[in-house]
Design a protein around this ligand. Sequence first.
Ligand code: ATR
Length: 279
Amino acid sequence: MTRRAAITGYPVAHSRSPLIHGYWLKRHGLDGTYERIAVEPETAKAFYRGFAGSGLIGCNVTVPHKEVAAACCDTLDDAAQAMGAANTLWLGDGGRLIGANTDGLGFLGNLDQHAPGWAGRCDTALVLGAGGAARAIVWALASRGVEKVLVANRTLSKAEDLANRFASVATAVSWDYLADILGRSDLVVNTTSLGMDGQPPLDLDLSPLPVDALVTDIVYAPLITPLLQAARDRGNPTVDGLGMLLHQAVPGFERWFGVRPEVDDALRDLILADLGVSS
Ligand code: ATR
């Protein structure tokens, strides 16, 4: 029987997930589909609660439903529990709904692929932003044993809320003291929307940053954001954000279709072409 999975959220028209999973389904010759299902906010709770009757074997969840999906699950993995948000669901025994959050794993998979050994060189990480993506990344850094995660955000109270969630490693810091903080950072991660096409650039003077510190961005359109370009220009190693999108999809595909897929150059090129971005 054809296995059906889907991206669910509202809206879903612009999601690249069908392209990613479609590529892997074709590459592995599997009898499966990956659809787009727009779930209107008023119906989200009923949709995830009734998931066992949907005809799907699992799904991804995107904004704005990651929290409600987690609340509707019977079981959550450690990451989804820590974040209070799920992006990957599947049916377990007896139709039980199981939820995972793979955004943090996507972040780690991207750095592992493009900056191998990075964690061994990272005592202090600076995370810029305090939204859902930052939450996943702070979880990821903590899970890898990074000792100190500094969270800076335009709205300090949101950085404080996030840091409190991961209090064993995370501390909120004021955006006004970034120059000082950059000087002792081994890794800088932009999780804000600044630098994205149509948004202003992240205006950050990198001069205090050690030249061997790794700089990464979750924005992938453009692929090389002004932040990454500025880091490259002064000789810092950089990793672009596209790999996080691709790697976060791996655990769901493996769970639904039984094959662990590769994030290869052909997949990267396919998504870049769809984004209209050159590599
Ligand atoms: P996501 O869930 O994708 O992380 P989000 O929750 O909307 O998205 O978070 C966006 C992040 O970008 C927030 O940290 C936001 O800062 P605020 O909490 O102060 O809103 C940050 N951000 C967005 N626009 C910004 C800007 N112009 N300057 C500084 N930070 C900005």
